[in-house]
Design a protein around this ligand. Structure first.
Ligand code: UDP
Length: 326
């Protein structure tokens, strides 16, 4: 059955892949993005479809979209640490006011609302791996709080709207995701390492590289998000890959996959950088029948091919001093 879906943040990394998937299954997509971190090039290929339309707008200010609608996906937010640290107030606004407006749009049209939340709600976790019941260890005034607390507030607002007004909602907690269309300049670890390796530059490991992340390939992540959107599961549901690696191991893997002879260098660890992160995905498996399928090796190969094609520009830095209290 064809549905009409709003994808807020639809020109971003994850948003544009959701648009692709919805269009390919026959849905009508209204992509809304203010292009602050999203990119026109991510959606250019969709403009030939008569089921795709693009609205340039900041959802914190206005959501100029009429009904009828079947679903509203909220992926609008800067998502990489350098991007949200450069736009602290905008990040808080899109998590709060942006979420309120998009929930209003869903409520008005009797549409399903999907919130793209994050593993950052767990902060620097004391529980490992992280289950959805874990309440998190977030510094509410630290530099990362602009993202973490915006998403925590967005979750609270989403649940309150369901309870008070009966809007049907789902909350996904997205763990680190990588793949084609990661923005080469946004400073995330996978895009930085691959661009550095392809250029023959040093790979910049922050801290001693013993901190861990669990990386999910974009195709798996999108399948999980759409399964959640289509379900009656409220969540929150962790959508991530439990294949946990240290950052140093990741750097070595990138060198192996690219065949690069770059060196690995160590740089200061950013403030409040979580030491471990790994999802418990029992809920996603049992409630949605979802689990990731793409190995780190295969996912990295596909991502390297993408970056090789777009000729790896200068990666963004993340200096400790600038960090962030600025
Ligand atoms: N990181 C790194 N080198 C880089 C970029 C990031 O060592 O060039 C580290 C960062 O400190 C963190 C991890 O890689 O421990 C993941 O960083 P990312 O910005 O991708 O996402 P986060 O999980 O911190 O939101």
């Amino acid at each position: 059955m064809s549905r009409r879906v709003v994808v807020a943040g639809g020109a971003g990394f994850l948003g544009s892949h959701i648009c692709d998937e919805l269009i390919s299954r026959g849905d009508e997509v209204v992509c809304v993005d203010d292009l602050s971190t999203g990119r026109r090039s991510n959606i250019e290929h969709l403009k030939t479809s008569d089921r795709f339309s693009f609205v340039e707008a900041d959802v914190s200010e206005d959501v100029p979209i009429g009904g009828p609608l079947d679903a509203v996906c909220h992926l609008a937010s800067p998502a990489s640490p350098p991007a949200y640290l450069a736009r602290p107030l905008e990040t808080l606004a899109v998590g709060s006011e942006g979420t309120r407006r998009l929930l209003g749009l869903a409520g008005k049209n009797d549409a399903k609302f999907l919130l793209a939340s994050t593993s950052e709600v767990y902060g620097d976790p004391f529980e490992h791996p992280q289950r959805e019941s874990y309440r998190g260890n977030v510094d509410p005034t630290g530099p990362r709080s602009v993202y973490d607390e915006a998403k925590r507030f967005a979750e609270a607002l989403t649940m309150a709207t369901k309870r008070a007004l009966g809007v049907e909602v789902s909350i996904a907690r997205i763990f680190n995701t990588y793949g084609p269309r990661l923005s080469p300049g946004d400073g995330r670890v996978v895009s930085n390492f691959i661009c550095q390796a392809l250029r023959g530059d040093d790979l910049t490991v922050y801290g001693d590289g013993s901190q861990t992340r669990s990386l999910c390939y974009v195709q798996d992540e999108i399948r999980g998000l759409i399964a959640l959107m289509d379900s009656e599961v409220t969540g929150p549901v962790n959508i991530g890959n439990p294949d946990e690696r240290t950052i140093l191991e990741l750097a070595q893997k990138v060198l192996e996959v690219t065949g690069s002879r770059s060196n690995i260098v160590f740089r200061p660890l950013p403030t409040d950088d979580p030491t471990r992160r790994c999802p418990d995905i029992t809920r996603a498996k049992t409630a949605l029948g979802w689990e990731p399928e793409v190995s780190l090796e295969a996912g990295l190969k596909a991502t390297v091919e993408y970056f090789a094609k777009i000729a790896a520009p200068e990666p963004a830095g993340m200096s400790q001093d600038a960090d962030r209290d600025a």
